[in-house]
Design a protein around this ligand. Structure first.
Ligand code: CP
Ligand code: NVA
Length: 321
């Protein structure tokens, strides 16, 4: 196994190099094909923090940890009340004494960085308002399954320049995906994100940002969307419905793409808003394979990140006596 990821944090897709992404995806495919990844997490306790709701992320991480021999401990926002009952840093200093790693879904990326600074073991993002790196590992795995490649794959992201879109931008820049983002005016990715993605870009391919879906979709292989109203933005839902309405992924919009184009969505979907039932449930949709790939991609990630960690780091209590 590759030692390059061993002991590392994953707070952003930008923390990964192309070779590391390839190593995760290759191992994920092996796991999906029935390969045995062993029990690299044997004896390890993993703290999972969920400050926002989750289905896929929590269950796929818990199952992945169990399958790799580890033990997950899930903590929810209303019990730890991060920033209210205790600071992110104090929570992290405590978890560091008990657990071997932390996986956290937080509102703020700054809190995630604070946790990573206070925890000696690996810290993995389970999504913040800034990014969703583990989603992208599963997404890239799915793109490879559908198109046979990642570099040069033509992916159209239709919707909000949000956390998932940001992780897509970094992944596209690192891996050479031909990513076209189509957002309503005012909802494009932030300039700072576009600048960072531009710096990550290693060759000519990369990304474009526009408002018109037609040219972007003409030779698309993947049509990707996410909710118009992310968790925490509920007060803006009505305005967002109006601003994004023309970009609903429905049969009319999909007709602008080649017949072989496949549809992806990180889920949960707001059916009837950003995507219709007829598209989400069609043969062109790969959303449930994509969701399944969360499990394989995260199993591979955990196996690589925790490879050798149990041997190198004695239990935290012994280490800090
Ligand atoms: N895609 C995703 O992260 O789903 P959950 O919010 O259900 O974890
Ligand atoms: N953009 C969505 C993704 C959910 C997986 C959100 O942040 O709610």
């Amino acid at each position: 196994m590759s030692l390059a990821l061993s002991g590392r944090d994953l707070l952003s897709v930008a923390d990964l190099g192309r070779d590391e992404i390839d190593a995760v995806l290759d191992l994920a495919v092996r796991a999906k094909q029935g390969g045995d990844l062993g029990t690299p997490l044997r004896g390890l306790n993993m703290a999972l923090i969920f400050q926002r709701p989750s289905n896929r992320t929590r269950v796929s991480f818990e199952v992945a940890i169990n399958r790799l021999g580890g033990h997950p401990i899930a903590l929810f926002g209303d019990e730890i009340r991060l920033g209210e009952r205790e600071t992110a840093s104090d929570i992290a200093r405590i978890l560091d004494r008990y657990a071997d790693g932390v996986i956290a879904r937080l509102v703020s990326q700054r809190d995630l960085v604070a946790i990573a600074a206070a925890v000696r073991g690996p810290v993995i993002s389970a999504m913040t308002d800034a990014e969703h790196p583990c989603q992208l590992l599963a997404d890239l795995m799915t793109v490879r399954e559908v198109t046979g490649r990642i570099a040069g794959a033509r992916v159209v992201y239709i919707g909000d320049g949000n956390n998932v879109c940001t992780s897509w931008l970094y992944a596209a820049a690192i891996c050479g995906v031909d990513l076209r983002i189509v957002s309503p005016p005012g909802y494009e990715p932030q300039e700072s994100v576009l600048d960072r993605a531009a710096r990550l870009r290693s060759n000519g391919t990369g990304f474009s940002v526009g408002h018109d879906p037609a040219p972007a979709l003409r030779d698309a292989e993947i049509v990707y969307t996410d909710v118009w109203t992310s968790m925490g933005q509920e007060a803006e839902q009505q305005r967002r419905r109006e601003d994004f309405g023309h970009l609903q992924v429905n049969e009319r919009l999909l007709a602008l793409a080649p017949p072989g184009a496949r549809v992806m969505h990180c889920l949960p979907a707001h059916r009837g808003e950003e995507i219709t039932d007829s598209v989400l449930d069609s043969a062109r949709s790969v959303v449930f394979d994509q969701a399944e790939n969360r499990l394989w991609a995260q199993m591979a990630l955990l196996a690589l990140v925790f490879d050798g960690v149990a041997e190198r780091n004695p239990l935290p209590l012994e280490a800090s006596s």
